[in-house]
Design a binder for this molecule. Structure first.
Ligand SMILES: *Cc1c(COP(=O)(O)O)cnc(C)c1O
Length: 429
């Protein structure tokens, strides 16, 4: 494919994507395929001779789409949202075109610098304490990780490295292995301090945990993977109170802030704590501007993509107000669903509805709710997943797609309520 064909095919692909998204409601949200469906649809080996672009494109609808769960369908209410917007997709295209591996400032100055500034922009949107911002002379700062899981692991490794060094300052004779064998990490069943847990979007009381951690010199990492995006709204910002006690914090703009996967934003109060844990400096990575930032010292891999472009496009094209309106709309839709559930005496709400997630169940046994969920998902009209809360089997309704409207939520509820009626009717006979 040369540049001339790329121009043509690129425009065709943009049309395909726009058609897909404009008509996504017409597709069944959850696929009908069985495990292993795909292997028999394509050859056993890669082609020896080149195929044409047309041949490849023809197979999208034949091979791929039948096995896609449509996360951006307004009938998708499972898990948590994964962010999605046109500006972010365009930025990703540019990222692919530049195709740099920004492990050091010299490897691509724009990649390193834009990321630092975007994390400052985002930190300011969240009103993070000044300590977490890099600015021009701050000692904190932010970095993009692939996922919240990586951010948490990085925090754990940085905490370990920091405490080992601290102990060795007072006891130079003690070996690293000896110290590490005695370290303790405290966690709940959600692992670390969490704002907005995955099952029910519950919030740890970090204003209580924080001072204890600080007094005992325990590194506090806070994970707000889903809920973090909401903190850009002043009415939800109090949920982040206590952040001043944390050493590190992360949330996923790739969940709820319109920046396509992957983009987990992570901040630390002291950059040196993280860099100290990951620094490697072979000769081929040395350059004349070492002090200008080297984000590969903040992560597990060496290579990194130009992911901040997605943030830059999205933040500028929505503006803080547009992003706030988006969050508020989703919270409003969750509240609407909650009130529909509450108005039905057969159902109960299982956890406070704070943001865009509603946990609910039929009053009655776990088995009853398991059957209801099975029927909902096999009907294929909407897609939900369950969770377990204090021994109870609970259904989760997460407002996910960017294009979800009140009519979709009401339709989803009347579908659920209809299936519940059928089920309860059958049980009476
Ligand atoms: C979704 C979620 C995660 C996992 O996110 P990844 O970025 O996929 O690792 C971690 N913590 C919480 C609280 C989440 O909701």
């Amino acid at each position: 494919m040369d540049a001339a064909e790329f121009r043509r095919r690129g425009k065709e692909m943009v049309d395909y994507v726009a058609d897909y998204l404009e008509n996504i409601e017409k597709r069944q949200v959850y696929p009908d395929v069985e495990p292993g469906y795909l292997r028999s649809l394509i050859p056993e080996e890669a082609p020896l001779e080149a195929e044409s672009y047309e041949d490849v494109v023809k197979d999208i609808e034949r091979v791929i789409m039948p096995g896609v769960t449509h996360w951006h369908s307004p009938y998708f209410y499972a898990y948590f949202p994964t962010a999605h917007s046109f500006p972010a997709m365009l930025a990703d295209m540019l990222c692919g075109a530049i195709g740099c591996i920004g492990f050091s400032w010299a490897a691509s100055p724009a990649c390193t610098e834009l990321e630092t500034v975007m994390l400052d922009w985002l930190g300011k949107m969240l009103k993070l304490p000044e300590d977490f911002l890099a600015g021009t002379e701050g000692s904190g700062g932010g970095v993009i990780q692939g996922t919240a899981s990586e951010a948490t692991l990085i925090a754990l490794l940085a905490a370990r490295s920091k405490i080992v060094k601290l102990i060795q300052t007072d006891h130079p004779d003690r070996s690293e292995t000896d110290i590490i064998s005695k370290l303790v990490a405290y966690s709940s069943d959600q692992f670390c301090a969490t704002l907005g847990t995955t099952p029910s979007c519950a919030f740890d009381c970090i204003t209580e945990l924080g001072p204890i951690c600080n007094a005992e010199k325990i590194w506090m990492h806070i994970d707000a993977a889903y809920a973090g995006s909401a903190f850009i709204c002043p009415e939800f910002r109090p949920l982040l109170n206590g952040i001043e006690f944390a050493d590190s914090f992360n949330f996923n703009p790739h969940k709820w802030l319109l920046v396509n996967f992957d983009c987990s934003a992570m901040w630390v109060k002291k950059r040196s704590d993280i860099i100290g844990a990951f620094k490697i400096e072979p000769l081929y990575l040395k350059h004349d501007h070492q002090e200008s930032g080297n984000q590969s010292h903040w992560q597990i891999p060496l290579g990194r993509r130009f992911r901040s472009l997605k943030m830059w496009f999205v933040f500028r094209m929505y503006g803080l107000k547009g992003l706030q309106a988006y969050i508020r709309k989703h919270v409003g839709l969750a509240k609407e669903f909650e009130s529909l559930v509450k108005a039905d005496q057969r159902f109960e709400i299982s956890a406070d509805v704070v943001l865009g997630l509603v946990c609910f169940r039929l009053k009655g046994s776990n088995e009853l709710n398991e059957i209801l969920l099975k029927r909902i998902n096999s009907a294929r009209k909407i897609h939900l997943v369950p969770c377990q809360l204090a021994g109870k089997f609970v259904l989760r309704f997460a407002v996910c797609a960017r294009t979800t409207e009140s009519r979709h939520v009401r339709e989803a509820w009347s579908h659920i309520s209809h299936l519940a009626s059928e089920l309860l009717q059958e049980l009476r006979h």
